[in-house]
Design a protein around this ligand. Structure first.
Ligand code: SF4
Ligand code: SF4
Length: 369
């Protein structure tokens, strides 16, 4: 049985600091030792100001850094952003300013080690600092995710897969969301964070996790030694069935969390939290599935008035399904695996997911969700 701590909180540093200290004390305090290095892994998806709710708030990162320093250990902030440079994310996200004067190491994940996670993936490359360090503190953001429904504690650790290896794994798992969720769980098992804190003070709902999502104040912070238990408690809090998040279901099947959780604190009542609409990517009679996928299933679309042809989406697309044609971007839906990484990395919020009316009707006729 695991314990999940849940506290009402705001980004006011005076009141936030003791909350983060309390959570870290009761989760990983005994493991943070003098002179040892502690990796702090926030969600640093992209260079965005804190009010967009795309990255972990700098005040939470600051509190974790100060906690580690008070223990006499050495804090290191690391991640591998999907778009933009690590230092640009730190700067634009307000993290550099928030941590000014503190003795902290900033180090982008760069070198990987091969970790054998077993079937079906066998060896996966994970940032050496994430698996070889003494202790890792996982500072996730509570956000929706157009492909995986939500990005919480387990998913945040996908950032420990370095650079363009991330889209490669998206491509290898293809349109199979369950397979991708299984990869996320294997990655989490290999990293074994000592503690997970989920920043739900300013969360994101709608078509997250990038600029197409909508910030929403929930004023809550969640923490646990058990990452899956923390993810389950968040799902219950926002009114979602925990198994809606495939990583919860797969972790449960693997015996990583039995769902029996002690909740220390009162989750706030969260009404009408908007999850992204997620349609199945494979449906219908087998011989028609290819046709349906090409023409009917949910797909990325662009808003030409917002697109600045910056190229981030086509550089990142794992399937090489995007190209600029006559000053517009074009999608090759035959190639597209619907990972929605393009929407995630677009710095201008010009991409969103869309399902055609014919697709919706076909799905209902075939009695899919
Ligand atoms: S859709 Fe976004 S990421 Fe792609 S080229 Fe346009 S602005 Fe850049
Ligand atoms: S076009 Fe977008 S959704 Fe399709 S494969 Fe490329 S990044 Fe993924």
């Amino acid at each position: 049985m695991s314990t999940v701590i849940i506290r009402k909180a705001s980004y006011d540093y005076k009141t936030l600091r003791p909350v983060v200290f309390e959570i870290l004390d009761s989760t990983c305090g005994h493991r943070v030792r003098e002179k040892e290095r502690v990796i702090i892994k926030p969600n640093l998806l992209a260079a965005a100001p804190p009010e967009r709710a795309i990255i972990t708030h700098p005040m939470i990162i600051k509190a974790a850094v100060e906690y580690v320093l008070e223990k006499g250990a050495v804090p290191q902030i690391s991640d591998s952003p999907a778009v933009g440079s690590f230092h640009e994310v730190l700067k634009k996200g307000g993290i550099k300013d928030a941590l000014a004067g503190l003795n902290v190491i900033f180090k982008e994940f760069s070198e990987s080690v091969l970790i054998d996670v077993g079937e079906p993936f066998k060896k996966i490359e994970i940032a050496a600092d994430a698996v070889c360090g003494d202790v890792l503190i996982n500072l996730a953001k509570l956000k929706t995710h157009a492909q995986m429904t939500l990005t919480l504690g387990v998913k945040n650790l996908f950032g420990c897969i370095v650079g363009m290896k991330k889209p490669e794994w998206h491509f290898r798992t293809g349109v199979d969301r369950e397979k991708f969720a299984a990869l996320l769980v294997k990655n989490f098992q290999a990293i074994k964070p000592a503690a997970t804190i989920i920043d739900g003070i300013l969360a994101m709902e709608g078509q997250g996790p990038g600029r197409s999502g909508t910030p929403r104040e929930l004023n809550v912070i969640i923490g646990s030694r058990d990452t899956v238990a923390a993810d389950i408690v968040v799902c219950r809090m926002i009114g979602a069935e925990p198994d809606t998040l495939l990583t919860n279901r797969i972790a449960g099947e693997a015996g990583l969390c039995d769902g029996e959780i002690i909740v220390d604190g009162a989750p706030p009542a969260v009404g009408d939290f908007r999850l992204p609409e997620i349609a199945p990517l494979v449906f219908g009679p087998k011989r028609l599935q290819g046709y349906f996928r090409r023409h009917l299933v949910q797909r990325p679309v662009s808003d030409e008035s917002l697109c600045r042809l910056c190229g981030e989406c086509w550089k990142y697309c794992p399937a090489k399904a995007i190209s600029p044609v006559k000053k517009k971007i074009r999608f090759d839906y035959d190639k597209c695996i619907r990972c929605f990484c393009c929407a995630e990395v677009c710095p201008h919020g010009a991409l969103r997911t869309h399902e055609t009316l014919t697709g919706k009707v076909a799905r209902r006729v075939l009695k899919m969700r």
